[in-house]
Design a binder for this molecule. Structure first.
Ligand SMILES: Cc1cc2nc3c(=O)[nH]c(=O)nc-3n(C[C@H](O)[C@H](O)[C@H](O)COP(=O)(O)O)c2cc1C
Ligand code: SF4
Length: 678
């Protein structure tokens, strides 16, 4: 029997949890029509297969019609959800894991122009900064209705085979009642702490009456909003004790902070560059004060920190939620003593930022997450060993090498630079984004185990590649910065990479023309401003850095707003002209009728990359497919069989930014979906 604290079972009332690691509630935005269908189920079951003790499915499943699904939430108010839930719970239980679901009413943390277009309700008219809806002040009949809705939804979940339900009480309706900052009601539900907590306890009582005792009921709540005038630590401890003493709940799931702003949310769920496990001690204090089962998650990305959380007795169950999006098989790998093989969560927060902006959650460097129906987490061996030559050791090339290695192929990688990493190595130059290098380091160590051979400092020509007698050639050479975007004076500008890499000295008065709107522009701004430059970031877009997204923007703003940096939206740099030691920046606008000038001493252009594709075009005529990828076969998950030149001796493919400027996830997805069938 293992002595690893993480692998000890835990008895939660009648429920035996097989170890101490859970996936906490999160809505990956995979529902179809509000239902957890095949894709949702496959995602959830993969984590159960990977050994987690319990998965808390959904985040914020909506109990009422006026809790519109702002990030494609599950609709727990519909009876038709029960059979879908049943299929999911049966499949998870068959893998030996427990499964619960988080229920909520979002209150003001949503928008009225989603779902049924009903007015948003909250215990005051105050709008939430993040979602911007001005709520209706909740009435007595709303309160009665929503309490019933919670009980109905819990009953549906029990009928669907869930082991229990958790209430979301941070930033959502239950907490909007609890916090003095968002509750302006008089009478039974407003005023004193007793009154502000009444809604929470009414909901708990209604649920408990409906589901009985043999059903787990938990609350995930903020025990310190960290906001002046909000629920402070003292009230938080009092709330914790009352929850325990109510006898209605079976565990506490501790949150610290507030989520009404992007910055607040990012402190609750820290991203890369922020401290690991920042609220673990706080959760431990609650556990000591209550002596009650305590769960907690907040950037506990690695096994060592998780083990410490349990071994030190700070929590009973440790949440590793994003860590499981990156690697669903963490527990299995711990059991098999293969912790080194765990794909590390790098805190890039592509997953969470996407649900607020672009839909489904994807992991920046595990393209199989959320695509379990088509992409494998474990790569199957190929029937025939092939010689695969890969050119480029950035994220696309290394993923291609890893997957080809897992397939059992003989893999050779050529890389022009000294080190692997490509653009990721540049990104990781920034102290705050250093964790990104694990995307590369993990792949390098996997490739080493798989016997992939690397040739660094090697500029591969067509002959270099052909002399390997390959069956398959993958060009993953990436791109170089595209700065030639001006009508005049392109030779006067430098790229964001020039600044980030340190190849070009920072100017003193700098204009950054950020047409790509991705990390590179802001990262360059931070380098420049920290070096003492006055920086203006200009974009023709309606908002700046749209590709960076909400939570990733927070650390940049925290750095840039304190420095000499201004942001100008809706203007376009047209041309540049030397004038003595200075440069005249000619500025226009896509809206027309504007012609302005700025005097600066440095212009930085961030406009994506141009593919480095010379080698690809050199090899194209001698390949047997002439570079063609069948999109139908790619999408269907079938091997590539295009033959356009029967005399050619190898298949040739191009992936990542060597095709077109995209992002890390796209590069890795290109590689996985092509190579898994080679
Ligand atoms: C895509 C995504 C959606 C989430 N949605 C919810 C949610 O609906 N309710 C909730 O309580 N937490 C939600 N969370 C927060 C997680 O439960 C967890 O607290 C957070 O990710 C921090 O833990 P981690 O560092 O282990 O990932 C979400 C997280 C992610 C990544
Ligand atoms: S996108 Fe980043 S934070 Fe999210 S799971 Fe993947 S590595 Fe972790």
């Amino acid at each position: 029997m293992s002595h690893d604290p993480l692998l000890q079972p835990y008895q939660l009332k009648h429920l035996t949890l097989r170890n101490r690691i859970i996936v906490t509630a999160h809505e990956p935005a995979y529902p179809e029509g509000g239902m957890p269908k095949e894709r949702y189920r496959a995602y959830t079951v993969e984590r159960a297969k990977g050994g987690v003790a319990m998965t808390m499915t959904a985040g914020s499943a909506a109990v009422s019609k006026d809790s519109p699904p702002v990030f494609n939430n599950l609709l727990a108010y519909k009876d038709e959800i029960v059979p879908w839930i049943r299929e999911m719970t049966d499949a998870v239980h068959a893998e030996g894991a427990a499964i619960m679901i988080q229920l909520t009413h979002l209150g003001r943390r949503t928008r009225w122009d989603k779902g049924e277009w009903l007015p948003v309700v909250a215990p005051s008219h105050h709008r939430e900064a993040s979602h911007r809806a001005f709520p209706k002040k909740i009435e007595d009949w709303d309160i009665e209705r929503i309490i019933e809705d919670f009980a109905d939804a819990a009953e549906r979940m029990k009928a669907g085979g869930m082991d229990g339900v958790e209430l979301e009480a941070y930033g959502h309706l239950i907490d909007q009642f609890a916090s003095p900052l968002t509750n302006e009601l008089d009478g039974p539900y407003g005023g004193s702490l007793d009154n502000r907590m009444r809604f929470c306890f009414d909901v708990l009582k209604a649920i408990r009456t409906r589901v009985g005792d043999d059903f787990i009921l938990g609350v995930r709540y903020t025990a310190d909003e960290c906001l002046p005038g909000g629920t402070g630590k003292e009230d938080g401890f009092e709330i914790s004790k009352r929850l325990k003493e109510s006898g209605l709940v079976d565990y506490l799931n501790v949150i610290r902070g507030h989520i009404d702003t992007d910055a607040g949310l990012t402190d609750v769920i820290p991203i890369q560059g922020m401290a690991n496990s920042p609220h673990l001690d706080f959760a431990g204090e609650i556990r000591s004060a209550t002596n009650f089962p305590t769960f907690h998650a907040a950037k506990i990305p690695d096994v060592a920190t998780a083990r410490h959380a349990i071994a030190s007795g700070k929590v009973d169950m440790v949440g590793m939620t994003r860590a499981h999006m990156t690697d669903p098989h963490i527990v299995r790998k711990i059991i098999e003593k293969r912790e080194d093989d765990i794909r590390p969560c790098v805190g890039a927060n592509y997953c969470l930022d996407r649900i607020y902006q672009r839909g489904a959650a994807y992991c920046i460097h595990n393209a199989a997450t959320g695509r379990e129906l088509t992409m494998p987490h474990t790569i199957a061996k190929a029937d025939r060993r092939k010689k695969v030559v890969i050119v480029g050791a950035g994220p696309a090339g290394l993923e291609a090498a890893r997957v080809a290695g897992e397939r059992g192929h003989d893999v050779v990688v050529f890389e022009a630079a000294n080190d692997p990493g490509g653009q990721i190595r540049l990104t990781a130059q920034s102290e705050r984004r250093r964790e990104m290098i694990s995307i590369i380091d993990w792949r390098m160590s996997q490739c080493e185990k798989l016997g992939v051979s690397f040739h660094f400092n090697t500029w591969a020509e067509a002959e270099t590649v052909q002399s390997e007698n390959p069956d398959v050639v993958v060009i993953a050479t990436g791109g170089y910065p595209h700065t030639e975007v001006l009508s005049k004076g392109n030779e006067l500008v430098v790229s964001a990479w020039d600044i980030i890499s340190g190849d070009v000295k920072p100017g003193a008065n700098v204009l950054i023309f950020d047409d790509a709107g991705d990390h590179a522009g802001l990262q360059a701004a931070e380098f420049l401003a920290k070096a003492g430059a006055k920086v203006e970031i200009m974009t023709p877009d309606r908002s700046f850095a749209p590709e960076v997204m909400a939570m990733n923007l927070v650390p940049y703003m925290r750095a840039l707003q304190k420095l000499d940096v201004t942001f100008t939206v809706t203007y376009r740099l047209k041309a540049a002209e030397q004038s003595g030691n200075e440069i005249i920046a000619h500025v226009g606008s896509d809206y027309g009728g504007i012609s302005k000038q700025r005097m600066v001493d440095q212009i930085v252009v961030n406009h994506g990359t141009i593919p480095l594709d010379e080698l690809y075009f050199d090899l194209k005529p001698v390949s047997n497919n002439l570079g063609e990828i069948s999109h139908d076969q790619l999408i269907a998950g079938e091997p590539q069989t295009v033959v356009r030149n029967p005399a050619g001796k190898f298949q040739l493919f191009r992936i990542g930014d060597a095709v077109a400027a995209r992002n890390t996830h796209a590069a890795i997805y290109d590689a996985l979906r092509l190579l898994k069938d080679i």
